[in-house]
Ligand binder design. Structure first.
Ligand code: BGC
Length: 381
């Protein structure tokens, strides 16, 4: 019997006991095999990548709260963006006997041995937001439509430049506009999806000469920022300014895949005089609607972000967890897109939304993601 069926069996037993009015259901702590177990005896290990980005803190908190509300115990760990730390944390979750794992990988290719150990112990694995690659032992994937996130990033740059109208029709601007390109961390499967979506969207404009990548750095390898780090992005933007814009030409737009990267880019640009003295800030995209960046958007410094409602992602992770722990198949809405190199992983994908200054209120405040005061302060309370 796999661990998930043991868990389901235990939960079923607990239900039977409570239905019969017998004492002890829900209070037992003596393990699945004793007949006194309830949901409260089932532990879900949740491995998150880092606390340096607020989205992952929110993800961890939301997943934990949702699982606890469903009656599970939660073993939540953050790994400081350090691969050995994350591997070790997952090893420990398996040794401790956690009943299910939810993993947002740092390096999506580095967890094969942990996942086969989980499989051997009968523990199922949900890949959270970032697909774990190269393993047959990933049971389910919850994420967003990551290709479409990239389309939205590219679209927001084109809209900000006036090459596209908000409704997607061609804009009146003709360019040529100098646009530089940034990508995420290459060990994160999502980085390629974001890049492909953005580049497919921007390519016709590059081909027609309306968008010019003046540095000539148009491959994902050149554009990638290891571990999505703000400081690395700032340095690369500084290097681009020195190498490609020392002739008096100006940057008009920057494709950025993540708000932290956008903030690094903005710092480099501001240090070079953009955003002051009559020199406009370029149009800059982003992702995650991090509060510091939402303020920058509200203040007209960053043009857009892509909002992914992590509350909904956490909810899906909890729904899939409950299904697995009750011995059922979680409901997928995509069984084709996410091939991890060994298998196509059944997925539940959510939609995302472009946020500019114009819809901060409807997208983020009216939905209680942030308050107006938080947006004004650039800090979540
Ligand atoms: C996530 C993004 C996030 C990035 C950096 C990606 O895997 O999908 O939402 O911006 O990691 O943390």
């Amino acid at each position: 019997m796999t661990r998930r069926y043991l868990a389901a069996f235990a939960a079923g037993l607990a239900l039977t006991v409570s239905a019969c009015g017998g004492g002890g259901a829900g209070t037992g702590s003596d393990g699945a095999g004793s007949g006194g177990a309830a949901d409260g005896d089932i532990t879900v290990g949740v491995a998150m990548p880092t606390q340096t980005s607020e989205r992952w803190i929110a993800d961890g908190n939301n997943v934990k709260a949702g699982l606890e509300a469903a009656g599970y115990k939660v073993d939540l760990q953050y790994a400081n963006d350090d691969i050995p730390t994350q591997s070790q944390q997952i090893d420990q979750m398996i040794t401790k006997g956690d009943d299910l794992l939810i993993v947002a990988a740092i390096d999506g290719t580095a967890l094969t041995s942990q996942l086969s150990a989980a499989k051997a112990a009968g523990i199922e694995v949900i890949s959270y937001d970032r697909l774990i690659r190269g393993s047959a032992d990933v049971d389910f994937y919850v994420s967003f439509d990551n290709y479409n996130v990239g389309v939205q990033q590219g679209t927001s740059v084109l809209q900000g430049l006036g090459l596209l109208n908000p409704d997607g029709s061609p804009g009146t601007a003709t360019g040529p506009f100098n646009v530089e390109l940034f990508a995420g961390s290459l060990d994160d499967n999502n980085a390629q999806f974001f890049w492909n979506g953005a580049m497919d969207t921007m390519k016709p404009f590059i081909d027609s000469g309306k968008v010019v990548v003046k540095s000539g750095q148009t491959s994902i390898d050149q554009a990638a920022i290891l571990r999505w780090q703000q400081e690395t992005a700032q340095r690369r933007m500084e290097d681009l300014l020195t190498s490609a814009y020392n002739d008096g030409s100006k940057v008009d737009g920057v494709l950025s895949p993540y708000d932290g990267i956008s903030r690094g880019i903005i710092t480099a640009l501001q240090n070079a005089g953009y955003g002051g003295g009559g020199q406009a800030m370029p149009i800059i995209s982003g992702q995650d609607a991090e509060i510091a960046s939402v303020k920058l958007i509200n203040d007209g410094v960053q043009y857009a972000t892509v909002f992914k409602d992590t509350r909904k992602l956490a909810e899906q992770a909890v729904t899939a967890s409950s299904a697995i722990l009750e011995g059922n198949e979680p409901e997928a809405n995509d069984t084709e897109t996410y091939d991890n190199g060994v298998k196509v992983v059944p997925s539940y994908l959510l939609e995302s939304e472009i946020v500019t200054k114009d819809n901060i209120k409807s997208a983020l405040i009216d939905t209680d993601y942030y308050t107006q005061a938080e947006v004004d302060a650039g800090q979540a309370s």
